[in-house]
Design a protein. Sequence first.
Length: 355
Amino acid sequence: MEQLPHDDLPVVTRRRWARTTLAVILVTVGILLAPVSAVAAWARVEVLDTNTFVATFAPLADDPAVQAYLADQAVAAINRSIDIPRIASDAIDGLTGLGAGPLATAALNSLKGAAAQGLQDIIENQVSRFVASDAFAVTWAKTLRLSHAQLIATLSSDPNSVGSADQQATIGIELGPIVERLKTVLVEKGLGFAERIPAIDRTIVIAKSDVVPVARFSYTVVAVSGTWLPWLALLFLVAGVLVAHRRVRTIAWTGVTLALVMILLGLAIVWGRFTFFDTVNPVPVATAGSLYDQFVGGLAGTIVAVAVLASVTAILAWFFGPFRAARSVRGFAALWLTRLRDAVRRPAAQKGDSQ
């Protein structure tokens, strides 16, 4: 049989194909934008807003892995700023200078190493007790605010930031407020030499310099599109459904595809956890895991919510749609509902007849 040329196809058929093609394009764009918009909307709230940033990471003040790591870093910063062996040696030299005899002087000099170690143990003990105390939460919140301000300055390429474009820019947690508070704690405990601890300008690196350019680009995208991108994705999805010739089928397939895309995004977050470990090395895995899990917790919740909503929408569209299996399920459900209704009514009818 001779095939009819395209121009001889019925106008209705051509319009139907045009609508289907347009619907596929719109839905595809909407689905591709969905994971990007979810991340952008989450990042805009989580990263750009100081109060949200602080609230997100504040619970880490009670995390033992984070406490242990911050204590180690604080002790290391204190040791770099003051010479503990020199302080112990000067103290003993002061005693021997008071006129101690040769034997006493020799005995005291032999204790210099032990005295230095004793001071070191006292500092480590006091630091560990402080980071495990309830008072640490206030200092931690101050640290987070300072770190967030520095983070935004670095991502926005602020020339006044520590990590400006012409330096080895990094992203991390500012240690200064913690050491400053520890200085006060040590002095209050009778360790007067702690007054010599200077202001600490040190960052616990979370993202190295080679990651910063990517982070800056992401920051720009989030800052520009974080608000309207989710609405744009939703607009494409709704437009695709409205344009489609078979809307119920389109809703069902869109829901299934969107749920799968969200699942893939969730898997990408899981994979990103291991990548994050390499990025923050040498931060211990336990500490890095706590930081990462706390950070992406809100995004994980968004992904689950969207995936569940998309799945439920797809199931409802399938159940009430023109699918053969769905019609069978509806018929089976209607049959059992009828039987259940009859079973409930039958005892009541029998009771009425007996009266």
